[in-house]
Ligand binder design. Structure first.
Ligand code: MN
Length: 313
């Protein structure tokens, strides 16, 4: 009888439990999370993270999961487990990096803005002094002020996806993830073009999808980024100042677009996608009709239907 053992995180065990949910046995050994019995294999997952596969099809089952497993005996050196081959190296914060980030994907009103920014290692101290940091810790006034200061210091690209275009793409079946990937790729291409012949030590993309999906999304498009030096991480604003700077520039553009929008419609347009947004959208529908929604908002959000109800259309 074939046997296999892998060691995985609690998260992967949860994932396995879901995958085998039809085959979970009513009882399982002491110290285990579950036992599942499928054709030719019994799988037992332990609280320690060890998962045992027994039976003639054990090898095939192990193969499904081993890429998500950790080699035993390897110590984690950071608090975050490496989950893909594009995780940034430990020393990345001190390197010269092109970072990219986007804003506005969860906001009903306003465009998606994407920025890529190149920050050389000799600029890190200066940017820190200016106050460049995770934009979630900065208010809109600080964002505007810092963005103005860094725009003349660093090389960056800024892309704004107008909502009319967004709605067209969305209605043609393109996912928001794909739109973001295309925009990040384009912004990075622009920065590389601008800094030529200089090349960064690496690239850091604030991760919104798994890297393989990112590369899938941009397949067939020109990618100037060197894939061997491409890194993806969530909360990347806190990992390298280039992502923090890109985020500030993207947010600055977003804030400015909101100001323009509010001016155009004659009242303050709220951010986010909450109840205030429904009310503002209803007001807009009553004043300017549904076309204005297509022009100023992401139509497929649930806010549209709520606003229509409020507006009585
Ligand atoms: Mn982000």
């Amino acid at each position: 009888m074939a046997n296999g053992v892998i060691k995985v995180s609690g998260q992967v065990i949860d994932e396995m439990k879901r995958a085998y949910q039809q085959s979970i046995q009513p009882t399982s050994p002491t110290g285990s999370v579950f036992t599942a019995k499928i054709d030719g294999c019994v799988i037992t997952a332990y609280k320690s993270g060890k998962v045992l596969f027994q039976g003639k099809n054990a090898d095939a089952e192990v193969r499904k999961w081993e890429s998500k497993g950790q080699k035993q005996g390897v110590k984690k050196t950071t608090s975050q487990a490496k989950t893909h081959p594009f995780s940034p190296p430990e020393n990345i914060s001190g390197l010269s990096i092109i970072g990219s980030d986007e804003v506005g994907t969860g906001d009903y009103f306003g465009p998606i803005t994407v920025s890529a920014a190149y920050v050389r290692k000799d600029q890190l101290d200066q940017l820190k002094q200016i106050g460049v940091k995770d934009s979630k810790h900065l208010n809109d006034n600080q964002i505007v002020q810092i963005a103005k200061e860094i725009r003349s210091l660093i090389t960056y690209s800024l892309l704004i996806l107008p909502n009319e275009k967004y709605n067209d793409l969305q209605q043609s079946g393109m996912s928001q993830g794909k739109m973001k990937a295309l925009l990040h790729n384009q912004a990075i291409n622009h920065v590389l073009e601008k800094i030529k012949p200089e090349e960064p030590d690496g690239f850091l993309i604030d991760q919104f999808v798994q890297p393989d999906i990112y590369f899938n999304h941009i397949r067939g498009k020109k990618m100037k980024m060197n894939k061997d030096r491409a890194f993806f991480a969530t909360k990347a604003e806190g990992i390298h100042l280039s992502v923090a700077a890109a985020s500030i520039i993207a947010r600055y553009a977003f804030v400015k677009e909101f100001e323009k929008l509010s001016e155009a419609v004659g009242f303050t347009i709220p951010k986010g996608a909450g109840a205030q947004v429904d009310k503002a959208a209803a007001k807009l529908i009553q004043a300017e009709g549904m076309d204005s929604i297509n022009q100023f908002a992401k139509v497929h959000f649930a806010n549209t239907e709520k606003a229509k109800k409020l507006a009585g259309v």
